[in-house]
Design a protein around this ligand. Structure first.
Ligand code: GTP
Ligand code: MG
Length: 495
């Protein structure tokens, strides 16, 4: 519909213009005729017709407006929509988790999924106060809560362990939990560990209050961007506003607002002074400014009123997606281990026979090496169930690709050096053929794994790109050295 309305628009305008000209001509004629009878009657009739016309145009625009008006992009889905999506996703995740063989990992993810489901309608809304050390996170929480709950200190690392405080605010749909987190970007191993914990808490919270006390540093910007990118909702709070004169503060806020990325809007960037420090007066003495958290309190109240349930539903969806991703990675690792064992078995299975069979030229080496049964077994691990006939066809095309790309010759050259320096010439010749067969099986096997991982697709670059990439990856020095060592141990006794 959106495109068609722009095709109809010029057409409609043209027809309307024609009709308008005709109408004007008819009106003029009518007016002339009536004016001969009575000029007053002519004017009254014309006036009535013009009024009627204007009214029709008004009604027309009113009716057509819904089709013509540009549609606004809805940033948020309704809580119901997100909640339903999360339920569907959690169900899918649960069956995915069941495929995990490692019992401890499986149970941990199952528990996470259960926890997400169990108290979804009653649990508190969590707000993580997050940012670099000494930005004033604890001071801000003390200010919001109206009591001194956490220790404040000038040096970084004052808050070492995260703390959760219950909180209430007008219009909030739920009870609130505000979490004070240790600072990020602190030096040392302990600091790095604390940061990891703080990031985890932030990633799990329904809303993040990201506190800064100056322009966004590179490290802060990178963390902020990554949180927004994974779908976290956050407010950016510039604390210590008392340190700036008004014009500088406005300029800084403008700069911060210009740097935030959607879905963050400029309303989501506010300046506060949680705990202003005394300033020296010109004439002597000190000036103590009052704390000002109002911009944050107002924004939070608005946000919780407008998006409160959506925040929870969106976060539920995000958390369930993260469980799904964790399960996917575990299953992928588990499949990879099984696939590696199969490739390992098949690569040495044919190596001995290839070593002692005189092959009619190099080109047949790849075809002789790659076993269709290996393709079938690999496909089963990835739930693709390829038949032996299909396995044969796939094995043949990968063998042709290996030959076509010159990788059979490449393999021989690569292995020759390693084997010749380790073995006597007579043995080395046969061992080289056997080891090359094993190596080509390995490259083919790894390529099939990629193919099955991608749901039986070779991707944009096709089969050649995958095979070439696997050849390159296995060429690495450490992989190569381990392979030659094993080839000598396994192939030499067979020749
Ligand atoms: N000028 C000024 N200083 C502030 C303000 N808020 C906090 N501070 C000071 O900033 C310093 C750090 O405050 P904290 O609240 O401990 O900072 P934090 O972010 O919790 O620090 P860590 O727990 O170490 O991560 C303290 O010296 C506070 O007095 C403010 O609004 N203005
Ligand atoms: Mg603190």
């Amino acid at each position: 519909m959106a495109r068609w309305r722009w095709v109809f628009l010029p057409l409609g305008l043209l027809v309307s213009l024609g009709a308008l000209l005709l109408l004007a001509d008819s009106l003029l004629r009518l007016y002339t005729v009536l004016a001969l009878l009575s000029p007053l009657l002519a004017r009254a009739t014309l006036g009535a017709i013009v009024l009627l016309g204007l009214a029709s145009v008004g009604v027309g625009i009113y009716r057509l407006w819904p089709f013509l008006r540009p549609r606004r992009h809805r940033r948020l889905q309704s809580p119901r929509h997100s909640g339903e999506a999360a339920t569907v996703n959690l169900r899918a995740v649960q069956s995915q988790v069941e495929q995990i063989q490692d019992q401890v990992a499986r149970q941990a993810l199952q528990q996470k999924a259960l926890d997400l489901q169990s108290d979804r309608n009653t649990r508190a809304l969590t707000i993580a106060v997050f940012g670099v050390g000494s930005a004033g996170k604890t001071a801000l929480i003390n200010g919001l809560l109206g009591q001194s709950v956490g220790e404040i200190g000038a040096s970084m690392g004052t808050t070492q362990v995260q703390q959760t405080y219950p909180w209430t605010i007008a219009n909030s749909p739920r009870e609130l939990h505000i979490i004070d987190t240790p600072g990020i970007a602190e030096v040392g191993i302990a600091g790095t560990e604390r940061e990891a914990g703080a990031r985890k808490t932030a990633a799990a919270a329904d809303l993040i209050v990201f506190v800064i006390d100056d322009d966004l540093r590179q490290a802060e910007y990178a963390v902020l961007k990554s949180l927004v990118e994974i779908g976290k909702r956050l407010l950016l709070v510039l604390n210590k506003a008392d340190r700036y004169v008004e014009s500088d503060l406005e300029a800084l806020l403008d700069r911060l607002r210009s740097r935030v990325v959607p879905p963050l809007s400029s309303d989501d960037v506010v300046a506060v002074a949680a705990l202003p420090q005394p300033l020296p007066r010109l004439g002597g003495g000190w000036l103590q400014m009052q704390p000002n958290l109002l911009p944050l309190q107002t924004r939070l109240a608005d946000l919780l009123r407008q998006e409160g349930e959506t925040l929870i539903a969106d976060n539920l969806l995000l958390q369930s997606q993260q469980i799904g991703e964790a399960a996917r990675q575990l299953i992928d690792g588990q499949r990879q281990t099984q696939a590696d064992a199969i490739i390992d078995r098949y690569q040495w299975l044919g190596a001995g026979a290839i070593a002692i069979t005189p092959l009619p030229g190099l080109d047949f080496l790849a075809t002789a090496a790659i076993n269709a049964q290996m393709v079938v077994e690999l496909s089963q691990i990835y739930g693709c169930e390829v038949s032996l006939e299909e396995g044969k066809a796939l094995a043949l095309s990968v063998a042709k690709t290996l030959t076509g790309l010159g990788l059979v010759k490449g393999t021989l050259d690569l292995l020759a050096l390693g084997l010749q320096t380790n073995l006597a010439t007579v043995v080395a010749g046969r061992a080289l053929k056997g080891a090359s067969g094993a190596y080509l099986t390995r490259i083919a096997g790894k390529s099939f794994v990629e193919y099955f991982r991608e749901n039986q697709s070779w991707g944009d670059g096709g089969m050649s790109a995958v095979v070439e990439q696997q050849f390159r990856l296995n060429q690495r020095d450490t992989v190569m050295k381990a392979f030659i060592r094993e080839a000598i141990a396994r192939v030499v006794p067979m020749v």
